[in-house]
Design a protein around this ligand. Structure first.
Ligand SMILES: [Zn+2]
Ligand SMILES: [Zn+2]
Length: 320
């Protein structure tokens, strides 16, 4: 295969990513988020106003042409290409983590016959444990990105968004992108290996499109609303379990009371367990951003955090 056809294949894959249900950014999931938001707003009895309100929150000219959104788009394209060309070099596969975890458990506790459990029990437990492990890994890394000053300079690229659309998901420095990708493979792979050690071949998670079905449900409903102006809040006890769109919007808030809160992905249980949870009100709105001056472009967004690591006078103190 010559270089040109290789390159066109990569670009084609990148374009087709939005049609692939194995990818979180599939159009079907974005459409699912739109339907979810529309259904909730209709349910709130706003009638026709809800469609206009939704359009204002998701598709207004000010939002789509905002400099912050333009930078999101550029980082989406950059990170999308880097996923194909580079990120794999820095990522240990979930299969490697799985066999590593299974081998470590066998070494520590010895081999044993699989626990006698029906397939649906072993499968259900594995499905849930994988998500809990993913959430724990995500929470821990996200906590580190907020609390370790050198990492916070990297994560501030994401938090500097002044308006949010689902594209803001991609507003990440490559170092952050690689780190979270590894947490995903580590937590999903290691938990799968551990469940395999426990249940044997019955420990297969229930999947759809080769993804954990609980994650597919999350992706296909409200996941993409976390980076939007659509305030949908899980409140009360549900807010201590589910990381709703409003949870994440609070995470992006400029209000110091909200700093370092709501670090979860789909669930808020680890935030509740470790004291970093802020349960949103049913209705609300927050100002978005952090103390980072606006980036002048992609190069600035990528270089500024790294330059801040160099010795010398610092421009501004980081968020607490
Ligand atoms: Zn954060
Ligand atoms: Zn975010």
């Amino acid at each position: 295969m010559d270089a040109l056809s290789y390159l066109s294949g990569l670009i084609g894959y990148q374009l087709l990513r939005v049609l692939n249900p194995r990818e979180g950014y599939c159009l079907a999931y974005l459409g699912g988020a739109l339907l979810f938001a529309a259904a909730v707003m209709m349910w709130r009895r706003r009638g026709r106003k809800s469609v206009r309100g939704l359009w204002r929150l998701l598709g207004s000219r000010r939002l789509l042409t905002h400099a912050s959104t333009i930078l999101d788009l550029k980082l989406y394209l950059l990170n999308g290409v880097l996923i194909l060309f580079a990120y794999g070099l820095f990522e240990l596969s979930s299969e490697a983590w799985s066999s590593g975890a299974r081998g470590a458990l066998t070494t520590l506790f010895g081999a044993h016959p699989p626990l006698p459990a029906p397939r649906w029990v072993a499968g259900s437990v594995t499905t849930v444990v994988q998500v809990l492990a993913l959430e724990l890994g995500y929470w821990a890394l996200h906590y580190a990105f907020h609390k370790v000053p050198a990492l916070w300079t990297i994560h501030r690229v994401h938090h500097s968004a002044e308006v949010m659309t689902p594209l803001t998901e991609w507003r990440q420095h490559p170092i952050e992108f690689i780190a979270f990708a590894n947490v995903l493979t580590l937590s999903m792979g290691a938990s799968y290996g551990a469940m395999g050690w426990l249940f044997g071949s019955g420990a297969e998670p229930f999947t759809l499109f080769q993804l954990n079905i609980l994650l597919v449900i999350h992706l296909a409903t409200f996941h993409h609303l976390r980076h939007s102006g659509v305030w949908i809040a899980a409140t009360g006890w549900l807010g201590r379990v589910v990381h709703s769109p409003a949870h994440h919007q609070i995470h992006h808030s400029t209000d110091p009371r909200h700093f370092d809160r709501n670090l979860g992905y789909a669930l808020s249980i680890w935030d509740a367990a470790f004291g970093t949870l802020w349960v949103p009100e049913r209705r609300g709105r927050v100002a978005l951003g952090c103390d980072e001056p606006a980036h002048e472009g992609v190069v600035d967004a990528l270089a500024r955090p790294l330059l801040s690591w160099l010795p010398g006078p610092k421009r501004k103190p980081a968020q607490a």
